[in-house]
Design a protein around this ligand. Structure first.
Ligand code: SAM
Length: 330
């Protein structure tokens, strides 16, 4: 009798260890791995299900202030899988296959991402309260589509009134699947014209690397199942000549802005390059260009140039739709 009790203890211990290990390991698995391991036994299946439910409920892995849920009523893909960064990051090696835990009980920053690339000894402001000090030098605007905020070289902290785009998301959004456009970003509340929506975060690439990746992405996108998110931003001089080019690739590593689809009518978002004092590069930020209703899709124009006349078909549905997505020489 005594021996039997011991045996039960042992198997209970083994079961508890399996349960414990699964909770640690499963958040690191990709959807295919999770699906195959969940078919092995009932317990693992229920742990995998709880991970999937948590992933569906928040694309941002709690990196953002508000959860960003996935909604899919068109097929059985519950969520899109990618690595998350809330702000821009240096490029990873092309062979990078990094993973982040997602959907577990504990969320820890995996140390995968670098902070803002700063300029050492750059000038910043010395204000105590930039929102009341009108003379704050960081406030000056250099162009209508370029805004300036306080940054890493300033004395003020994140609570400063002149760091609007650095505090993360402040509006409710969701990611909804469409049969033809793939996932898209939708508002989950009314958003007033002029409100900050989000930054476009991803890997910062050299132009050489951007061109290489674009070639690969173009081929993969032909199949209709791959959605690249490489954005090229050009900063222009008043003369109209481009003076700086930034390549942001949110395909493998990015934030929820990677789900914003194109609209030929310009959509309801405008892009602004935001420079912050002491940061080497500006960040691309989206603001509401008009009042946006709850449930409306958030879109912007990917550009006007369509070099590839046989490019991907556009399904924006606007009255001025050109029929193909913008494409230009990267
Ligand atoms: C930045 S991603 C947008 C999110 C993407 N729909 C997804 O599922 O991940 C850009 C890609 O989405 C698709 N896309 C964006 N706007 C579209 C549109 N108006 N019509 C058709 N496809 C679109 C194209 O495949 C494009 O390369």
């Amino acid at each position: 009798m005594k021996e039997k009790v011991c045996k039960i203890d042992e198997s209970q211990k083994a079961y508890a260890s399996l349960f414990h290990c699964a909770h640690i390991i499963f958040p690191w698995l990709d959807p295919t791995e999770l699906a195959s391991i969940s078919s092995t036994c009932k317990t693992l299946n229920s742990i995998a299900k709880s991970i999937t439910t948590a992933r569906i409920s928040d694309a941002s892995r709690t990196f953002e202030n508000l959860p960003i849920p996935f909604v899919n009523t068109v097929d059985d893909q519950p969520y899109a899988y990618f690595n998350y960064t809330p702000t821009q990051t240096l490029a990873f090696n092309p062979s990078f296959s990094g993973r982040q835990p997602w959907g577990g009980n504990r969320v820890t920053r995996p140390g995968l991402f670098v902070d803002t690339v700063v300029v050492r000894d750059a000038c910043g402001c010395g204000c105590e309260r930039c929102d009341v000090e009108l003379e704050c030098p960081c406030r000056e605007m250099s162009a209508p589509e370029l805004s300036r905020e306080c940054g890493p070289s300033c004395k003020c902290e994140l609570e400063c009134g002149n760091r609007l785009t650095q505090k993360g998301i402040d509006v409710k959004v969701k990611i909804v699947k469409d049969e033809r456009k793939g996932w898209g970003l939708f508002s989950n509340q009314v958003i007033k014209q002029g409100n900050f929506v989000c930054e476009y975060a991803g890997e910062l690439l050299t132009t050489k690397e951007a061109r290489l990746r674009q070639q690969t992405y173009d081929k993969l996108a032909q199949g209709g199942k791959f959605f690249p998110a490489l954005l090229v931003v050009r900063e222009h001089l008043p003369s109209g000549n481009a003076c700086m080019r930034i390549n942001i690739d949110a395909t493998r590593v990015g934030n929820f802005a990677r789900f914003i689809n194109h609209s030929c009518d310009g959509g309801n978002l405008s892009t602004v390059l935001v420079r912050s004092s002491g940061a080497l590069l500006p960040r691309l930020c989206f603001f509401a260009s008009k009042d946006i209703l709850e449930g409306e899709e958030l879109t912007f124009s990917y550009g006007d140039i369509r070099l590839n006349k046989k490019g991907l078909q556009c399904f924006c549905g606007s009255s001025c739709c050109v029929g193909i997505l913008p494409s230009e020489q990267t």
